[in-house]
Design a protein around this ligand. Structure first.
Ligand SMILES: Cc1ncc(COP(=O)(O)O)c(C=O)c1O
Length: 296
């Protein structure tokens, strides 16, 4: 029988089938917690430092004190991967508020919990990369910046879940969320970009979009390739009439969008800028300079 994956919970490793969260954990009761989704490619944890740093920024905003230093949590992630002999992996790092009472006051939760799940990855199909994906703009608005904004990578993902369900119901691959003014914000777990007249645009954080690590890299690559890149409000009209559109994200990597609410984007095929960024990103995932090795 295959050995079960080991899950790290507060310094102890449990087999996947026995890795459990107490029912009084406010992460479960109130979505009170933060997380990161990280990937390892061929023995290198891609952009690990940046993910850990964002985890601490999310926690800082929630006044959630992570009981480990950044160095300790980095080592715990690497150790969990080693325990599971993984080289290519999806890593889910979660910090919950911890066990409290049934009220929502976080002061009743003395000890936040750190959970590290490392598993194999289900990657986007090569067809999605080659042909692009279909999307729908959802009726569910992204949370405004003065609510449970997605700038915080918190355990509140119901907004994304609802939008994803809608995309599925309409037979689309993915959903796009608008901010409360009607401007494009992001996907359910991806940042969005458009290309118009050779310029690259992405919505600002004021739309409630997460500061994506893949997005930041895509911006760097686009600039290195000589393109102008700007943060800008993008209307649904501007998205429908863009020359190209694509998503970026840890899970999605760089993926072309071929259709939005049944409107074809550009000529309906991945455009030249998107293709160059996909190639640059793929190259980066096999470059040790972009990550931390699991096995020294
Ligand atoms: C809401 C949301 N937006 C965007 C992203 C993409 O961010 P990143 O490239 O850092 O994975 C994610 C995934 O982490 C996300 O959950």
């Amino acid at each position: 029988m295959e050995k079960e994956l080991q899950v790290y919970i507060d310094g102890i490793y449990y087999p996947k089938s026995q890795a459990k969260v107490p029912v009084y954990d406010h992460g479960l009761l109130y979505g009170d917690g933060v997380f990161e989704g990280i990937r390892a490619y061929n023995g290198i944890v891609f952009k690990l430092k940046e993910h850990i740093s964002r985890l601490y920024r999310s926690a800082h905003t929630l006044m959630l004190k992570i009981p480990l230093t950044e160095e300790e949590i980095t080592e715990a992630v690497l150790e969990t991967l080693r325990k599971n002999s993984l080289r290519d992996a999806y890593i889910r790092l979660v910090v919950t508020r911890g066990v409290g009472d049934l009220g929502l006051d976080p002061r009743k939760c003395p000890k936040p919990s750190v959970i590290i799940i490392t598993d194999t990855i289900s990657i986007m199909s090569s067809e999605a990369k080659e042909k692009g994906i279909s999307t729908v703009i959802s009726w569910v608005r992204r949370h405004p910046v003065d609510t449970t904004t997605h700038e915080i990578k918190s355990l509140n993902y119901l907004n994304s879940v609802l939008a994803k369900m809608e995309a599925t119901a309409y037979g689309a691959d993915e959903a796009i969320g608008l901010d409360k003014t009607g401007a494009i914000s992001e996907g359910v777990g991806e940042n969005l970009f458009i290309v118009k007249d050779g310029k690259v645009f992405t919505p600002p954080s004021s739309t409630g979009a997460l500061a994506g690590i893949t997005a930041k890299l895509a911006i760097e690559f686009a600039k290195n390739l000589g393109y102008d890149v700007a943060e800008a409000n993008i209307t649904p009209f501007q998205l429908f009439t863009a020359d190209e559109a694509f998503f970026t994200g840890t899970a999605a990597e760089v993926v072309p969008i071929r259709e939005v609410n049944k409107r074809q984007i550009g000529n309906g095929k991945p455009g030249p800028v998107t293709k160059k960024l996909m190639a640059a990103f793929e190259k980066a995932t096999s470059d040790r300079a972009f990550g931390v090795p699991i096995y020294p």
